[in-house]
Design a protein around this ligand. Structure first.
Ligand SMILES: *[C@@H]1O[C@H](CO)[C@@H](O)[C@H](O)[C@H]1NC(C)=O
Ligand SMILES: *[C@@H]1O[C@H](CO)[C@@H](O)[C@H](O)[C@H]1NC(C)=O
Ligand SMILES: *[C@@H]1O[C@H](CO)[C@@H](O)[C@H](O)[C@H]1NC(C)=O
Ligand SMILES: *[C@@H]1O[C@H](CO)[C@@H](O)[C@H](O)[C@H]1NC(C)=O
Ligand SMILES: *[C@@H]1O[C@H](CO)[C@@H](O)[C@H](O)[C@H]1NC(C)=O
Length: 385
């Protein structure tokens, strides 16, 4: 009697579930089942300091860290730490905008201990000192469409025509686009102060959790590189999805024209001091020049000239970049690889198309084939741990 009642309830429920649309924000409804890997969650604030103010002591610069533990147990020897890109926050690694399993869950499924940070001043990170952390807008819908979700519509670079993996139309009004665009929040325009706080809290985090693989997206790639410089023995590998810290310059909008470029990162790939040999105390001691042809499909790059300074600490950590075949980064990611190689850092560049993974834009880890990209990251960790 009891079991037949349960059976009947279960079949009624499954009919109701089958009817429900659980894509995108619809999945907020109670009857929608989570797609995430089973895990436990804890959070911590790491680092920071007290600063005395008139009203009392405030905490500044602490780093928000979420610890996700697979329910089935951890079976990988080293943790992974995820660093989001500009304009987003740690939520970017959770369920995707169309509500499929997120990148963090794929790593949990592989048996990793996963840590997710919100960069200092962003999201749940601290930015009490707003005088230094001048905030600016994240990504507008128009920037997102052109740069990330529908670059094929404006054809700013030839490879954009191969973009097929974004779920949905990728333009404003599409529910998946709207859910994605809503994840953009303000970011700081002062990367100097942010780099300094991330360096101090980041190495403190690693000293608490032990040597870890650092996985970044886009401009989040600043941080694994800085931690590789400051505490290399605690970084097992430096894995960068579409690194955004292109040497000495930023590309904005249509990179076909020189108007789309601004000078950036005076220390090469960072805004703050990193160790070079021969040693320098001022970034102005680095000399560099633009090299290579400049076409819409392949951009010219800054390389050191004269005395070549080596990144001796960063070189202690293995570096890999992963790039999508239809992303704007496929036109300039070689600049990162060539600069690091010249500075004595052993690098690998995985062009996802070479692994048969095609059609990805800048946010590949959210796109339809994201499980395959997680597979490439897992494979790299396995062969480097
Ligand atoms: C802030 O902390 C310092 C050091 O503990 C203390 O001397 C000071 O009185 C505190 N400031 C206020 C306003 O309570
Ligand atoms: C770890 O666990 C996952 C999930 O059960 C499994 O797929 C994977 O093969 C395991 N890896 C190792 C190294 O034991
Ligand atoms: C970018 O600039 C090139 C050359 O000026 C032009 O052909 C192309 O249409 C531009 N694309 C966009 C998206 O503005
Ligand atoms: C950026 O932060 C640094 C370090 O805290 C500070 O010295 C500088 O004044 C800030 N710059 C701006 C433009 O706010
Ligand atoms: C670094 O060098 C530049 C150019 O010589 C100079 O203007 C600047 O003041 C120097 N910075 C520091 C911190 O010494």
């Amino acid at each position: 009697m009891i079991s037949s009642t349960l059976f009947n309830l279960a079949s009624i429920a499954s009919v109701a579930f089958a009817a429900a649309d659980c894509t995108g924000i619809n999945a907020v409804a109670p009857q929608c089942v989570s797609q995430e890997a089973l895990h436990y969650r804890d959070f911590f604030y790491i680092g920071g300091r007290y600063v005395a103010g008139a009203a009392g002591n405030l905490t500044y610069d602490q780093l928000y860290v979420e610890k996700l533990t697979p329910a089935a147990g951890v079976n990988q020897s080293k943790p992974v730490v995820l660093f989001h890109g500009g304009g987003t926050s740690g939520v970017t690694w959770l369920n995707t905008p169309d509500n499929r399993k997120g990148f963090a869950s794929h790593l949990l499924d592989y048996g990793y201990q996963v840590y997710i940070v919100d960069q200092t001043s962003v999201g749940r990170g601290s930015a009490e000192n707003l005088n230094d952390y001048v905030m600016r807008i994240g990504s507008t819908a128009e920037i997102t469409e052109k740069g990330f979700t529908a670059p094929e519509l404006t054809n700013a670079y030839p490879q954009s025509q191969q973009h097929t993996q974004w779920p949905g139309s990728g333009v404003k009004g599409d529910p998946v686009f709207d859910a994605f665009e809503s994840t953009f929040i303000p970011l700081t325009s002062n990367l100097t102060v942010q780099e300094l706080s991330m360096r101090s809290s980041g190495c403190q985090l690693l000293s608490l959790i032990g040597p870890s693989f650092l996985i970044s997206h886009s401009i989040g790639a600043l941080h694994p590189l800085l931690l590789s410089n400051d505490c290399p023995s605690l970084v097992a590998g430096n894995i960068n999805l579409e690194p955004g810290n292109i040497p000495f310059q930023s590309y904005v909008g249509n990179t076909t024209s020189s108007v789309g470029r601004t000078s950036a990162r005076p220390w090469g790939m960072t805004n703050t001091h990193v160790t070079y040999e021969p040693a320098i105390s001022n970034s102005s001691e680095l000399t560099y020049e633009l090299v290579g042809d400049d076409t819409p499909a392949k951009r010219s790059c800054y390389m050191q000239t004269g005395t070549i300074h080596k990144l001796t600490e960063i070189a202690k950590v293995k570096y890999v970049a992963l790039t999508g075949s239809a992303s704007p980064h496929i036109t300039y990611e070689h600049c990162v690889i060539d600069f690091l190689e010249q500075a004595g850092v052993a690098t690998e560049w995985i062009k996802l198309a070479d692994k048969g993974i095609t059609g990805n834009g800048h946010f590949g880890y959210l796109e339809k084939n994201s499980p395959q990209i997680a597979g490439v990251v897992h494979e790299w960790v396995q062969s480097n741990c």
